[in-house]
Design a protein around this ligand. Sequence first.
Ligand code: HEM
Length: 400
Amino acid sequence: MTGATDRPGGELASGLLDPELWSTYPYPLLARLRAEAPMAWHRERGFWAVSRHADVLAIETDAATFCAGKGILVDEIGTTFEAPPTILHADPPLHTRYRRLVQPGFRPSVIRALEPAVRARARTLVERLPLGEAVDILTELAVPLPIQVIAEMLGVDEAEWGRIHEWSEAAIPGATDWPAERRQQLLGEMVTYLVTATAQRRAEPRSDVLSELALASLDGDQLSDTELAMFLVQLLVAGNETTRNLIAGGLVAFAEQPDQWERLTAQPDLVPIAVEEMLRWTSPVICFLRTATRDTEVGNQPVAEGEPLLMLFASANRDEEVFGPSAARFDIGRDPNPHLAFGFGNHFCLGAALARMEARLVLEELLARADRFEVAGPVERTGSSVIAGIRHAALRLHPA
Ligand code: HEM
């Protein structure tokens, strides 16, 4: 085995967790990693940074060799979990059991049934956007829509919707600069609310996904209250921050490359393909971690049992080997587009269809309202190295 100091890419990888990198422009560093050290050892925190599409895919498709149970975030390296804190941390066979129990709540007919309500919410928000003046696309559209949609899907009382935003912000490392005590207090409130709501649904089911999940059972097997609360917390978080940044980041991309919006107005049937490009381009989840369960190799680099590997989706999605010379261009006609924004394999995003639908409906509603739009102020990004977050983005819309 190579010693930690002989391992490749240490200099390059050491910049990877710097908030400054993610709040500005990470792509030159990611491109250098892919070219010079596709498997780069992060000396300070002890993990492999995996930047090529093929290597990320190899890890994602081999859950036996690369487990999630020892942590999915760099901050979790070295932590031991008695039970998986989220479904994302579960490995087979437990993970398979979770998926079988929760998947029915996300089946295509459930998502399709939500479309009219989601469209109405998207339309109301888009119609309220002022034309001809700078508007913060986060506060007016990208933040409220996913919160409304996930809350509506679960059947959370409308009175709680404002709190969901705070709860979800509290759960994402680096999303805010709130003190740890405030975050803990909000997370506690969220769990209490969800546990109470679950008990209510078990007693008096309604026609919502919360009831469906509370009552889901398979061969007599049911999710326990703790498992369900854990899963619901994750849904509130996963369904919010990611979709928000997909919408905000995608619209910023269109504003910065107006020829692509022009193309979409001329060819609105490109909308679903454009959503895939928004996903590739924004990569709302920057990375997740796995741990090698045995000595192995990734991209010809020996990896020892117990070593963590950080799968950089944001880099894989710009890999020239897969996306060709136009990898660094926002091209809404890109097809095929095998991006990894939703991950791959057994943990593939459960909410992918919902997120795709939200982004599609936003584009469709905006096409009816805006002929073109432009950036009208600085785009402020968070420094999170997990979620590609945008705090503020002022755009100016011009009427269709
Ligand atoms: C643009 C929006 C979204 C993006 C980019 C995204 C991305 C991801 C990624 C990268 C994973 C991990 C996949 C892996 O490790 O291979 C994941 C898992 C997951 N996502 Fe999403 N997600 C989005 C929206 C949503 C929504 C709207 C929901 C729910 C309403 C959701 C629920 C989940 C759940 C439950 C998992 C865990 C699946 C498992 O571990 O089996 N996501 N997502």
